[in-house]
Write a protein that binds this ligand. Structure first.
Ligand code: PEP
Length: 250
């Protein structure tokens, strides 16, 4: 059975609640009749209530951009899975390369967050991908294997069914450089292979693997036409309603 694609927006640290409302006012009518793919928007935490309210009654899901693995406690600045759920979130991005690069996330913290997100019933989007030096040194496969093994450690059973992975080559994020569809598909095969080893063939065959890295309305079709690419995680081009709708409707 073909996997239903997920097109997800990562707004990073952009937009206030008012700007989020404005986005949904413009965006929802553009995708109102779109049923082919699932759509999710991951705004900054302070915009979550506004986004959930604005998207109510539509098919657009809302997600967080990060979470901590504890339920609650003295963890200043952090937010937990139950808090995301209580806000109306269904999705959460885990281990984005910007979090790995600037906020010390490791394969180990990604694993803890993933386990907790799945337990909580959220749909996690786990990000993996190599930096340019690793690609140029021929290490892409090794890096993806390490990141996937680290993320999937101890994960099993039915709850893993919601797991989603995003392949995001770091050199393509926010740079305007996109992986060719063939190159992305190759990386996706490596990820699926690791998923099969860690989670079993059946789960791996159903696993959605998104591509992220400078996806735009004009390159979305070529990327999404690859059988191995099950959707997109979109940063910069998701901030504008028309541009994100253009990607959704590639
Ligand atoms: C991202 O932030 O996940 C991303 C893919 O960004 P961009 O689309 O801007 O490259």
């Amino acid at each position: 059975m073909p996997r239903k694609k997920l097109i997800a927006a990562n707004w990073k640290m952009y937009k206030t609640p008012d700007q989020a409302r404005e986005f949904f006012r413009a965006f929802l009518p553009l995708v109102a009749s779109h049923t082919r793919d699932e759509i999710a928007v991951c705004p900054p935490y302070v915009c979550l209530p506004a986004a959930v309210e604005a998207a109510k009654g539509s098919k657009v899901a809302i997600g967080g951009q990060n979470m901590y693995w504890e339920q609650e406690g003295a963890f200043t600045g952090e937010i937990s899975a139950p808090m995301l759920l209580a806000c109306g979130c269904t999705h959460v991005i885990i281990g984005h390369s910007e979090r790995r690069q600037y906020f010390g996330e490791t394969d180990d913290t990604v694993n803890k967050k993933l386990e907790r997100a799945l337990e909580a019933g959220l749909t996690p989007i786990v990000c993996v991908g190599e930096v340019i030096q690793e690609r140029e040194a021929g290490l892409t496969e090794e890096v993806l294997r390490r990141q996937c093994n680290g993320a999937f450690r101890g994960i099993s059973g039915e709850k893993a069914a919601r797991l989603t992975v995003a392949y995001e080559p770091v050199w393509a994020i926010g740079t305007g450089r996109t992986a060719t569809p063939e190159l992305a598909a190759e990386a996706h095969q490596v990820i699926r292979h690791q998923a099969a080893k860690a989670l079993g063939d059946e789960l791996a065959s159903k696993l959605r693997i998104l591509y992220g890295g400078s996806v735009k309305p004009d390159n979305a079709k070529a990327l999404m036409s690859q059988e191995e690419i099950d959707g997109a995680l979109v940063g910069g081009a998701s901030l504008d309603a028309k541009s994100f709708a253009g990607i959704v409707k590639y």
